[in-house]
Design a protein around this ligand. Structure first.
Ligand code: SF4
Ligand code: SF4
Length: 117
């Protein structure tokens, strides 16, 4: 579930607002998205995958994290490499290798055998 928008990192590009299938975000002051409907989050990670500056943290849970603010502490999340970690893992972003090229399976390309059913 979406848990954090880093106002410090956000460049107000609106990508997360546009890609969220359940309309969780509202454009806030200065363009920083607000979590207007967190309860509607489907934990699909699309927002985190599309954020160009790793400003979002989606926890891999289907319920919100506990109220304790310590679990959303931005410095702590950054130090554990969790902001934008989904985007990094799938290899989206400049200079990264897309995950599809690292997937296990038969090599794709001209020399690959034709796929038959
Ligand atoms: S994880 Fe998916 S459903 Fe949740 S806020 Fe991000 S884009 Fe929306
Ligand atoms: S995608 Fe990232 S940079 Fe763009 S508005 Fe959302 S949080 Fe901000």
């Amino acid at each position: 579930m979406i848990e954090l928008v880093s106002a410090e990192r956000c460049i107000a590009c609106d990508k997360c607002v546009e890609v969220c299938p359940t309309d969780v975000f509202e454009r806030g002051p200065e363009g920083i998205p607000l979590l207007a409907r967190q309860e509607d989050c489907q934990t699909c990670f699309l927002c985190e995958a599309n954020c160009p500056v790793d400003a979002l943290f989606v926890a891999p849970l289907t319920r919100p994290l506990p109220e304790d603010p310590a679990v959303r502490d931005e410095a702590g999340l950054v130090s554990r490499g969790l902001l934008g970690s989904y985007r990094r893992e799938i290899g989206w972003g400049e200079g990264r290798t897309p995950g599809s090229l690292r997937a296990i399976g038969p090599p794709l390309g001209r020399s690959a055998p034709p796929i038959t059913s």
